[in-house]
Design a binder for this molecule. Structure first.
Ligand code: UDP
Length: 242
């Protein structure tokens, strides 16, 4: 860690949908390229980076249910989709000169390592970017919950939730033009005001373990780096100390 950084170890949560770019489906090479450059900037500063990637651009268990696929089966399909995204990010990060490991919660030895907490921490200590695939390995969970869980397990300093919006607003900014962004807000206030940050399982895990979350716009160039450097005006910080 250099003196310019606010965090030693971060857990970056990226949604599958974001990876798809404007089409909403598949993987957009331009987005991969942009994300890799942004991630490299923080890796080069000596920050340890772990990533959890969603699978919504490929498959979601809930949507599968609507087309007649059993929910649990669909959830496993969703988890496999996250591994496809993890491998895509891995390739792109490596192309940009970073060392990486994909660790999956569901064993698939030919394509990636199985998730073992101690090994994940060791990889991070060696400066490798660790990408957690296959969610928690259990149906009925989300990749947001995976992000909270893995962040707690590896003792990350913060969960950085990269979204298409630059933080948490008083109301939906798409619908309400008077909506304003919080720069900081407490876990209790998010809960009481029913603000949509993460699903409740994911949110509660962070709250109970006193793990701060920063919601920010991953598509805004330079925002990841600004947050890591401690810029308090980028995104929204959710913590117990507000
Ligand atoms: N999923 C699951 N267990 C997990 C993580 C994910 O069953 O621990 C499944 C679930 O069906 C989910 C899909 O994988 O809909 C893709 O994950 P998610 O919806 O969180 O992706 P994102 O919205 O971030 O793209």
């Amino acid at each position: 860690m250099t003196s310019q950084t606010n965090y030693k170890r971060i857990l970056l949560k990226l949604s599958g949908e974001a990876l798809a770019g404007p089409s909403g489906y598949n993987i957009d090479p331009a987005i991969l390229e942009q994300y890799s450059k942004e991630i490299k900037e923080v890796v080069d500063m000596g920050v340890q980076v772990a990533i959890v990637i969603g699978g919504g651009n490929i498959f979601r268990g809930v949507s599968g249910e609507r087309s007649g696929i059993d929910r649990v089966q669909g959830d496993y399909m969703g988890m496999l989709a996250t591994v496809i995204n993890a491998m895509a990010i891995q390739s792109s990060l490596e192309k940009h000169g970073m060392y990486t490991r994909v660790m999956s919660a569901i064993k698939m030895e030919q394509v990636c390592e199985p998730y073992v907490r101690r090994r994940a921490v060791r990889h991070l200590e060696k400066g490798r970017v660790v990408i957690f695939g296959a969610g928690t390995g259990s149906p009925y969970f989300t990749t947001d919950s995976t992000a909270s869980l893995r962040a707690i397990e590896i003792e990350a300093d913060v969960v950085l939730k990269g979204t298409k919006v630059n933080g948490v607003y008083t109301a939906d900014p798409m619908k309400d033009p008077t909506a304003t962004r919080y720069t900081t807000i407490s876990f209790d206030d998010v809960y009481e005001k029913k603000l949509n940050v993460m699903d409740l399982t994911a949110f509660t895990l962070c709250q109970e373990n006193d793990l701060p979350i920063i919601v920010f716009n991953m598509n805004e160039t330079g925002s990841l780096l600004r947050i890591v450097k401690g810029d308090t005006d980028t995104g929204t910080l959710i913590s117990s100390k507000v």
